[in-house]
Design a protein around this ligand. Structure first.
Ligand code: SF4
Length: 438
């Protein structure tokens, strides 16, 4: 915001905790994670996304955890420890990016746990950088405005590219073509985000151009329409639902079983944390404080940026419209989990499941780590949500790195979705099948 205008090519100063450190970002969502790393590079931080997880990284994590930790923490721990094993990596010049928050669950324990493992293994000087959801992830230090706004734009763009991919891939004529287009779009997005701009307006112009080109690449993709294919909404724990390794590529498996997926956006969580920050400030009697004023400005600017970026896709996302405000999701959740009494992703998941039913979707999948508090509470409520919404199938899929016959379970779920599709009371708005553009 103000920083962007004033600092043509602002870079983090020597006093910043990430100065001179190679910074690694967890691979949370393909596209968004890479875009966030690009934003950090634009601020002079040598940032990149951790390499993909595998059996070896999970084995490493298993050595230094008890088994009671949340699965996303275990996956991340394995990725970080694997990096620290790499020859040539200097632990003193390394930082790991790990957002935090007090939350209602174990999320707030990730940081202390990671720090204790790193200390135990002698990596006391390896930094853990933890922007917090309690203040909209704005505690970046000097340059917070540049960081928060850049990351927001990166995530909105990453979500949009993922949406384009998911609404195209099940219909592609040439296998792998949609993934290739998505990769190209993410690469271009990163190139656009990793440079410094003279103003937020010039960054926005560059981003709009990039997203317009992405839209046109996806419109050129050869697809075969299949209006009967069930559309499944996916909610759940944010890391597990967006990290393909953690959920054993569930989205692709659902597609292979004959359905299409509407993935809950990453931005929804950030909108929710904004609402929660206002609620906390009200409860503390600080609704007229400087912090509240800054949060309102940030909220306003985020709305403005999101609207500008998503306006490009108005036609492409017809039938896939997200709620106008996260409050709509909280209102849908209220009869089951009032947001003033319950906190965290469980509220969003239940509210979004209801939203999906009203949008005419054919089923809802909740992806959660095994023993996830949010997943367990949501699972207890879904039968009532389903009963109240004409029996829409809703199913939890839990993940902890062990094997089960996932394809069989998905196949059964898609059959239920197909049978609900014939009797659902809420029609779906037909998406636009874009004519290929030159
Ligand atoms: S949401 Fe679930 S998996 Fe994530 S930290 Fe909380 S309890 Fe753990």
């Amino acid at each position: 915001m103000r920083d962007l205008k004033r600092n043509e090519f602002w870079k983090v100063p020597r006093t910043h905790p990430l100065y001179g450190k190679k910074t690694y970002i967890p691979r949370m969502a393909e596209g968004s994670a890479q875009a966030v790393a690009a934003v950090l590079r634009s601020l002079g931080i040598d940032a990149q996304v951790v390499p993909p997880s595998n059996a070896y990284t999970m084995g490493l994590a298993g050595k230094y955890s008890s088994g009671d930790e949340c699965y996303p923490l275990k996956v991340t721990l394995g990725d970080f420890l694997h990096l620290l094993e790499q020859p040539g990596l200097d632990p003193k010049k390394t930082a790991f990016f790990m957002p935090t928050g007090q939350g209602p669950c174990r999320f707030g324990q990730y940081g202390p746990f990671l720090k204790s493992v790193l200390a135990r293994l002698g990596y006391r000087e390896t930094a853990l950088f933890q922007p917090s959801c309690e203040n909209g992830y704005s505690n970046f230090g000097e340059g917070s405005n540049l960081f928060t706004r850049g990351v927001w734009r990166a995530i909105v763009s990453g979500d949009a590219l993922l949406k384009l991919l998911l609404k195209s891939r099940p219909y592609e004529i040439e296998a792998g073509a949609a993934d290739l287009v998505h990769e190209e779009c993410v690469e271009e997005l990163c190139r656009v985000l990793e440079v410094g701009y003279s103003s937020s307006e010039s960054q926005m112009i560059a981003l709009e151009g990039c997203l317009l080109r992405a839209r046109s690449r996806f419109r050129k993709l050869a697809v075969q329409s299949d209006p009967g294919r069930p559309l499944i909404g996916v909610v759940g724990e944010i890391f597990c639902r967006l990290n393909e390794f953690s959920n054993r590529d569930l989205v692709r498996r659902v597609e292979n079983a004959g359905a299409e997926v509407w993935m809950n956006d990453l931005t929804e969580w950030i909108w929710y944390t904004n609402v929660d920050q206002f609620r906390a400030l009200r409860l503390q009697g600080r609704q007229f404080s400087l912090e509240s004023f800054e949060a309102h400005i940030r909220n306003y600017i985020q709305h403005k940026d999101e609207q500008a970026l998503l306006a490009i896709f108005r036609e492409d996302f017809r039938g896939y419209e997200e709620p106008r405000h996260v409050q709509e999701v909280l209102d849908y959740a209220e009869p089951y989990l009032p947001s003033f009494g319950a906190n965290g992703e469980m509220v969003l998941n239940v509210g979004k499941a209801v939203y999906f039913a009203h949008k005419g979707l054919d089923g809802v999948i909740d992806i959660s780590p095994f023993t996830c508090m949010n997943g367990i509470v949501s699972e207890a409520i879904y039968p009532r949500v389903s009963r109240d919404h004409a029996g829409i199938p809703i199913r939890n899929f839990y993940f902890d790195g062990t094997q089960s016959d996932l394809d069989r379970d998905i196949g059964i779920f898609i059959e239920l979705a197909k049978s609900y599709q014939c009797r659902k009371p809420w029609p779906r708005v037909a998406p636009v099948i874009a004519e290929p553009t030159a």
